[in-house]
Design a protein around this ligand. Structure first.
Ligand SMILES: *Cc1c(COP(=O)(O)O)cnc(C)c1O
Length: 386
């Protein structure tokens, strides 16, 4: 029997603020009526800021995976070459999908501890003298590893190679948590989801679409119907959708956007960076290792903690769930049992972090992990600073 609130400290879905829950608990309205149109027009405009764009944002009633598919089928044709990078589990799934859709994927192997190397992007594109690569796919924040790729440097690498490939970026676990600028960074399609930094339940996903991507969509021939941008962008002009939208999730999104705007995106990003720093301080004080191997690529939204050899991360997670009613992220793919992940994104504050780290520390001790139990103190030292 657990009392109080469950600690949902996985890197998505994240804790949904009461304000958002209350906003969603309203009667569903006619999605072809004027009240809905006003809501949709407001959201479609306000959400552009979060992506750092003036381009249209397409909203799907789907998980993030749907928006991955939308990004590919709207811009590419069967047999097109795509360059992608094995940064972790999500990058692997995205390239699996690209292959499944009939694309020819050049998947650059990785060690799951580093982000996309801009140098490799430049080399691969420079070598593609026939310009057969049509898109570069990058996962901005690899949620399986806690590594954030440097998208502006990747953009510069594409430009340095003078290559026309589209840049498609998955920001599902970074949007609204880690600095991101769709326009300034020259991204063509940004893929996002509702259940991480946007503080909503799962069920919405997004494509931010550059003018170049829109142009590519006019000739792309991969089969598409539900995901087709064209009828959606057309209907959105008047605040409508070609099919029934997820009305109540949009109520929640409207409220979440208000919350992000009130805090201010720079403050939101700084808050996440600070909580990430405090978390890494705890991990190091325990004598454990942060999975991310390059300090330029530390994630602001989650930290993956590497367990000592012979100690099972899932055993620690199991004890923490049973004893302290907290969920931590499991190791995905090849990291199963090797890491646990602490989500510190979304609706979150200093004491949520202190509680989460206290639970993690006690769980590590109870599981017999050889740690120095001073991680929480090290994190509090960071949190006490301004
Ligand atoms: C969560 C996540 C996904 C998958 O999104 P779903 O909503 O589960 O389909 C893809 N990429 C990244 C980086 C993620 O964090």
């Amino acid at each position: 029997m657990h009392t109080g609130r469950h600690f949902l400290q996985i890197p998505g879905p994240t804790n949904v603020p009461d304000r958002v829950l209350h906003a969603m608990a309203a009667p569903t309205i006619d999605h072809r009526g004027p009240e809905f149109a006003a809501l949709a027009l407001r959201i479609l405009e306000a959400i552009k800021q979060v992506f750092g764009t003036v381009s249209p944002i397409v909203i799907y009633p789907a998980s993030g995976t749907g928006a991955w598919e939308a990004a590919l089928v709207n811009t590419l044709s069967p047999g097109d070459r795509v360059l992608s990078f094995e940064t972790g589990h999500f990058a692997t799934l995205w390239q699996d999908m690209a292959r499944g859709l009939g694309l020819d994927v050049d998947f650059v192997p990785g060690d799951w501890r580093h982000g996309v190397a801009p140098q490799t992007v430049e080399e691969k594109l420079a070598a593609d003298t026939s310009r057969s690569i049509k898109a570069v796919c990058v996962v901005h924040n690899e949620t399986s590893t806690g590594v954030t790729s440097r998208v502006p440097e990747i953009r510069r690498a594409i430009d340095a190679a003078g290559h026309p490939a589209l840049l498609l970026v998955d920001t599902i676990s970074s949007l609204g948590s880690i600095d991101y600028q769709h326009d300034e960074w020259g991204v063509d399609v940004t893929v996002a989801g509702s259940q991480k930094g946007l503080m909503l339940p799962p069920g919405l996903s997004f494509n931010a679409v550059s003018a170049k991507a829109l142009e590519a969509s006019r000739t792309a021939t991969l089969p598409k119907s539900f995901w087709n941008w064209k009828p959606i962008i057309e209907a959105n002009k008047n605040g409508f959708f070609p099919y029934t939208p997820a009305t109540n999730l949009l109520y929640g999104l409207d409220e979440a956007l208000r919350m992000l705007e009130a805090e201010g995106l720079p403050a939101v990003f700084a808050r996440h960076a600070r909580h990430a720093e405090a978390t890494r301080a705890a991990v190091r004080a325990w004598g454990l290792e942060v999975l991310c191997a390059d300090e330029r690529e530390y994630s602001g939204s989650l930290t993956a903690v590497l367990m000592p050899e012979g100690h099972d991360a899932d055993k620690v997670r199991e004890i923490i769930l049973e004893r302290f009613d907290m969920s931590l992220g499991t190791g995905l793919g090849r990291l199963a049992g090797r890491v646990f992940r602490i989500g510190h994104l979304g609706h979150f504050n200093d004491l949520t972090l202190a509680g989460a780290l206290a639970g993690a520390q006690m769980g590590l001790q109870l599981a017999g992990t050889p740690i120095d139990p001073v991680g929480v103190d090290a994190a509090l030292d960071v949190l006490r600073r301004d």
